[in-house]
Design a protein around this ligand. Structure first.
Ligand code: ZN
Length: 346
């Protein structure tokens, strides 16, 4: 550790739970953050400030004005540019802590690409913990399968309204997501877009997730308590219950039958209750410059190196270089597909 590092992280080194040995481990550690919204952007900022050397940040979405109320990493200029969150996060981390190597990846995590995204990151060191910053159960069950298959700890977290919960999953030691919740909840769930969310609950849950991640990254995983913590910052209730032990009959951590990882259960095309649909069937890259030239005669096109936006009234299409598109103004997948076919092609 350099003397500058010793000074910068002095308050963590003084903390007995970490000490110089713990800080030295953080300065070599690698964490992945899956989803960089309210939870993820807090986790990224906190881990970067704590000196975690390598951060792999994956998010499929772009910054919008409605994110700024709770997504700590982002600023008005990011929303004005409609920057992908992963790109904005990587840039912001560089300003927060130049000693951290952050890599933002703009991608929708699916069973088809999760191994490619998390097994072969730009960083040499393997991922030691994955923080859940996702907003939907399908991706969490996929993450649970992936993490168990690679024996990587992950920290579940979710928040809605004034309520949230978190639970660590340590393969081989604690119950997994499917031990506790065998199946994703059925039917439409309330979302932050329909029920709202306070920034204090997302920060509180993300802070607990970050603390567990720091224990793991600092080599103090034994300090992670296998508990489910629930919290409501409006009525003030905080509850903790012990996690059940791992279920020997659990299909995921018991039988190691990873149905979500195998893609036998697929993620929906919709976007977590937003008035938007994501099209991601097309798995080949797009030339955004050519597309801009083709669409410009038809109406306003805004493009940067990360995405192109087009506004066929009353919709708004954001098209990414990987061929993915988010179509705002509808929840009808058929409408979204036909817009995509009409303006992008198939
Ligand atoms: Zn299990």
């Amino acid at each position: 550790m350099t003397s500058a590092e010793r000074e910068r992280y002095s308050r963590q080194i003084l903390f007995a739970g970490l000490g110089e040995a713990g800080q030295a481990r953080l300065l070599k550690a690698h964490a992945a953050i899956l989803g960089c919204g309210a939870l993820g952007s807090f986790q990224v900022a906190a881990l970067a400030r704590a000196g975690v050397r390598r951060l792999t940040i994956i998010d499929r979405d772009y910054v919008e004005p409605a994110n700024l109320q709770r997504q700590w990493l982002f600023e008005e200029s990011d929303a004005a540019e409609a920057l992908p969150k992963a790109v904005a996060a990587e840039r912001r981390v560089a300003r927060i802590n130049s000693g951290v190597q952050a890599r933002g990846i703009v991608a929708d995590v699916t069973s088809a690409n999760i191994a490619e995204l998390l097994d072969h990151t730009d960083h040499d060191e393997a991922i030691e913990v994955i923080l859940d910053g996702t907003d939907n159960f399908e991706t969490r069950y996929l993450l649970n399968d992936f993490a168990l298959s690679r024996r990587i700890p992950w920290i579940y977290g979710a928040a809605l309204g004034s309520y949230g919960l978190t639970m660590p999953v340590l393969p081989g030691r604690t119950a997994c997501l499917r031990c506790v919740y065998p199946n994703p909840p059925a039917g439409a769930q309330p979302t932050c877009e329909t029920a709202g969310v306070l920034n204090s609950i997302t920060a509180a849950i993300a802070a607990l997730q970050t603390a567990d991640a720091l224990k793991i990254l600092a080599g103090r995983a034994e300090c992670v308590r296998p508990r489910i913590t629930t919290m409501d910052v409006w009525d003030g209730g905080i509850r903790q219950i012990e996690q059940p032990p791992p279920d020997p009959d659990c299909p995921a951590c018991g039988a190691r039958d990873f149905v979500y990882l195998k893609g036998e259960r697929s993620a929906p095309a919709g976007l977590c209750g937003r008035n938007a649909v994501q099209i991601h069937e097309r798995a080949r890259p797009l030339d955004l410059e050519r597309l801009r030239a083709a669409l410009s005669p038809l109406g306003e096109v805004r493009a940067n190196e990360f995405a192109l936006r087009f506004f066929p009234h009353p919709y708004e299409m954001t098209i990414f270089p990987d061929g993915r598109a988010i179509i705002k103004g509808t929840t009808d997948i058929g409408v979204a597909r036909s817009l995509y076919a009409k303006y992008v092609g198939s």
